[in-house]
Design a protein around this ligand. Structure first.
Ligand SMILES: Nc1ncnc2c1ncn2[C@@H]1O[C@H](COP(=O)(O)OP(=O)(O)O)[C@@H](O)[C@H]1O
Ligand SMILES: [Mg+2]
Length: 197
């Protein structure tokens, strides 16, 4: 199972890393516009995002817009003791973040309010490497979001992905959490009806 997942990670990452920056930036704009149109986004008051790294969708402009729209934004911080994600509210992306694990910007504990529970979040934009149209998600291999979202109460889950990140099949474990929405540069895919793998 893990070796199948690992080879899929490698092949999709190679494709994604190969996107020229000007192309990527056009795709990012198209994806951003689609997320902002989504009723689930518009109606949510408290959202979870992430700070992108590598060739991921640039989440910054989305995070900026969340704050401009007067919504509350939570971001994750890796807890190195428990290998899980802690969530913090952030209002100022310039001054409340610092580079953490793998250089990914994370909330500074002393400057941010911690969320009491994931069920405060209504809408979450998750990172990931590959996705199926049915909503199966392949992350980087830490299972961080599977653990974060393992409870019965979970927000609406969405991912921003380039079309090249869509694959036919992803091996799934009992603990893998699927998403409700996949937003690409050309499609807004609802996975709600088919969330069984
Ligand atoms: N809720 C959970 N509790 C304990 N371990 C988990 C949980 N969710 C995932 N894991 C473990 O985390 C590891 C990585 O998960 P995997 O799905 O391969 O990574 P990713 O979701 O990042 O692609 C696996 O060994 C998986 O069994
Ligand atoms: Mg998983």
């Amino acid at each position: 199972m893990q070796s199948l997942k690992q080879s899929l990670r490698k092949s999709v990452l190679t494709l994604r890393d190969g996107l020229p920056l000007d192309v990527k930036s056009r795709l990012d704009s198209a994806i951003l516009a689609r997320i902002l149109e989504l009723p689930d986004y518009r109606e949510s008051r408290t959202l979870l995002g992430y700070m992108n790294f590598g060739s991921e969708f640039s989440c910054d402009s989305w995070a900026d817009q969340v704050l401009k729209d007067g919504k509350r934004l939570a971001l994750p911080r890796v807890n190195r003791h428990t290998s899980t994600l802690d969530l913090y509210f952030v209002e100022d992306l310039e001054n409340q973040l610092e580079p953490g694990l793998w250089g990914i910007r994370e909330p500074v504990v002393e400057r941010c309010e911690r969320l009491k529970a994931i069920n405060e979040v209504e809408f979450a934009l998750l990172p990931g490497i590959a996705f199926t149209r049915k909503g199966a998600r392949l992350g980087y291999g830490g299972g961080f979001y599977d653990k974060l979202l393992s409870g019965s109460m979970r927000p609406v889950l969405a991912v921003a992905a380039y079309g090249l990140q869509l694959v036919e099949e992803i091996p799934q474990e009992e603990t893998d959490v699927g998403v409700e929405w996949i937003i690409t540069e050309s499609e807004t895919i609802s996975c709600r009806q088919e969330n069984k793998f």
